[in-house]
Design a protein around this ligand. Structure first.
Ligand code: HEM
Length: 413
């Protein structure tokens, strides 16, 4: 294997997610990267890329690597505890991302906050907001789906899910849109500092809402459930709630925005699949995994950090080096999927890893699928003849994913 690899061009010459070619069709580059071995050094990012599913599954399940951004060799210096702002307090002190044992405790005790009943209740709450959003579009001949719908959905769902009162919404909105930048390794220090400042403001709001909620009656939202969890569980404290709320914003905003765009795009490119995809929430759940597989829109994968100098998959890693797990490299590999270029919403996934696997399986998976299902059913009910108004332009400024600047659709009304 190493013999044949020696004759190949350097990987950065064939794999470049910042290139126009990748934005237009990432598949050949993903397949080329996957063929280079299980753990590939990628010089432009100073990171290792983990390419194969069995290794990724093992990493998800057994967690040999750290998930703590501050363990990254290029992360800002971890400040001493007496200099922490609220941001560090939430992200270091009680981090869901840091200590594996504490993470497991948090996931175990908070599981009731993500039960089927709670998701049903959240759906009941966001349904009127989503209907209103679509009603407000009216009956234009054409509109931009991102501007009119997609970009509003994460905010609606997350604030309703957590139970942030509407009086705080204007301030909270900025943070929902910029929060992930607070630890995005690919952006400037200046932009990261601004996002951190916004996050500190959001934390002030969260603390205020928690204080108010302590004084009011138990409600059936996420915050109220977490306050109950706090009262009943030693080792789970107010700052765990803050961390969790921030994690929901961080992990639930960009992902949903992207998923909304690609779901509309994929369904409109394969209109014969729409009825089967929207048949029921369960059918959509599977269809959504297929939409995301077919779309292959990831550029970065999931970051982990070597906790010490170590050997992994035959390579020597230095402490602090980043490892990016890239499960999407398999998405158009004929060794994994029959006829991978065809979108088939009935395709079976076993296992389905769209939302991760193991202890860090996505907390918001049920909510994400439900909110997108809800939006799609309302959208196609209002606009049954919806079609794409041309091929959407890719957003060059998006470092994490292949996304669109606009998604213009014709209503044919
Ligand atoms: C289409 C939408 C989404 C996709 C594809 C997605 C996918 C994922 C994946 C793959 C992971 C594991 C990441 C890793 O191993 O590093 C994850 C974790 C997570 N997701 Fe999602 N997600 C989505 C939406 C959401 C939403 C809407 C929320 C919350 C409202 C959310 C909250 C989280 C949280 C908090 C974690 C971290 C869990 C932990 O570390 O224990 N996600 N998600």
């Amino acid at each position: 294997m190493s013999q044949s690899l020696e004759n190949l061009p350097p990987i950065e010459e064939v794999y470049d997610p910042t290139s126009i070619a990748y934005q237009e069709n990432p598949i050949p580059q993903c397949l080329a990267l996957a063929s280079r071995g299980p753990l590939v050094w990628y010089e432009p990012w100073q990171a290792w890329i983990m390419t194969r599913m069995p290794d990724i599954m093992d990493c998800w399940k057994n967690e040999p690597l750290s998930s703590d951004f501050y363990d990254w060799e290029f992360a800002p210096i971890r400040p001493p505890a007496d200099q922490w702002s609220n941001f560090e307090r939430a992200m270091i002190g009680h981090s869901l991302l840091a200590d594996h044992d504490h993470h497991r405790l948090v996931r175990r005790v908070t599981a009731p906050a993500f039960s089927r009943n709670v998701v049903d209740e959240i759906q009941r709450r966001i349904e009127p907001d989503i209907k209103k959003l679509l009603d407000d579009i009216g009956t234009p001949e054409q509109f931009d789906y991102i501007d009119k719908v997609a970009q509003h959905i994460p905010f609606i769902s997350i604030t309703r899910m957590i139970g942030i009162p509407e009086k705080y919404w204007p301030l909270f909105k900025t943070v929902v849109l910029t929060f992930t930048e607070a630890w995005n390794p690919t952006i400037s220090d200046q932009r990261r500092a601004k996002a951190r400042e916004d996050s500190n403001q959001a934390i002030d709001i969260i603390l205020e809402v928690i204080a108010e909620r302590r004084q009011s009656e138990q409600q059936n939202d996420f915050l109220s459930i977490l306050l109950k969890v706090e009262a009943e569980n030693e080792g789970f404290e107010e700052w765990d709630i803050v961390t969790l709320v921030l994690a929901l914003i961080g992990a639930g905003a960009d992902t949903t925005l992207l998923a909304q765009q690609w779901t509309v795009y994929a369904l409109l490119k394969n209109p014969d699949q729409i009825p089967a995809a929207l048949e029921s929430p369960e059918a959509f759940s599977n269809a959504f995994s297929e939409v995301m597989r077919w779309s292959t829109n990831s550029k970065m994968g999931f970051a982990r950090y070597a906790p010490e100098d170590m050997e992994l998959l035959g390579q020597q890693l230095s402490k602090g080096q980043m490892v990016l797990m890239m499960p999407h490299l398999k998405d158009h590999d004929p060794a994994y999927y029959d006829n991978p270029s065809q979108m088939d919403v009935k395709r079976e996934f076993n296992p389905d890893v769209l939302f991760g696997y193991g202890p860090r399986y996505c907390i918001g998976a049920a909510l994400a699928k439900r909110q997108i299902y809800l939006t799609m059913t309302e959208l196609f009910k209002r606009f049954p003849k919806l079609s794409l108004a041309g091929e959407p332009e890719r957003n060059q400024a998006d470092h994490n994913s292949v996304s669109f600047t606009q998604l213009m659709v014709n209503t044919n009304l």
